[in-house]
Design a protein around this ligand. Sequence first.
Ligand SMILES: C[S@@+](CC[C@H](N)C(=O)[O-])C[C@H]1O[C@@H](n2cnc3c(N)ncnc32)[C@H](O)[C@@H]1O
Length: 217
Amino acid sequence: MPGNNQSPDRKTVIVGKAICRLAAVAPWAWPLVGSSVGRFFDRAAAGWDERTSAGSASHLAALAAGLDALQAKPERVLDLGCGTGAGSLFLAREFPTASIRGVDISESMIGQARGKIGLDPEGRVSFRVGDASSLPFADDSFDLVTQVNMPVFFREIARVLRPGGGVILATSHGDHTPFSTPERLVRRKLTSQGFAAIGSGAAGEGTWISARLDESR
Ligand SMILES: C[S@@+](CC[C@H](N)C(=O)[O-])C[C@H]1O[C@@H](n2cnc3c(N)ncnc32)[C@H](O)[C@@H]1O
């Protein structure tokens, strides 16, 4: 399903995109589908990295390009829909003094991600089960929020970001990614939530959109 390196079938793409559209335009309806999505990814977690090449250069190319464009120097980073932790661990390498929090609705995905944390006595990198539609963090907790191949919950991202903080929404396979949201819709929603300096681009097979939350917000 979403993010898969093998070409996903047509039904998967249609269902994935419908789920992303729902999250973008009617996040209040997420409880109707959230637990099914979590169960789906619980089943998909074993072997995820092998099937999707999660963590490979091509999988993370768009995230890396978005980071370059944003020129962020974050201290607190949140990676939403972190899956098995590939993006979060990449961010930990990119920002060696930042704290990195990975959140995913699937317990099995979080189990896989936790298994990759090496010696980290200060708890700089941690993973927890959580729903991006209702995040377990206080307002203004982060200065960078990222996500790769994941539905977008705009209001929650704006809430947990401090003013001036940045966001990167990346896909590994652009429009062919089942969990992807049309750029026009993303731009409209970002603007309505107080984001500015919206940029976008492509890298490898993937795409990225970056933005900053207004300082004055
Ligand atoms: C396509 S996978 C991508 C995983 C990872 N980012 C990657 O690229 O390998 C989507 C992930 O988002 C998670 N997810 C979906 N909806 C979510 C939500 N509302 N809150 C948190 N995680 C969610 C799924 O459990 C799954 O692990």
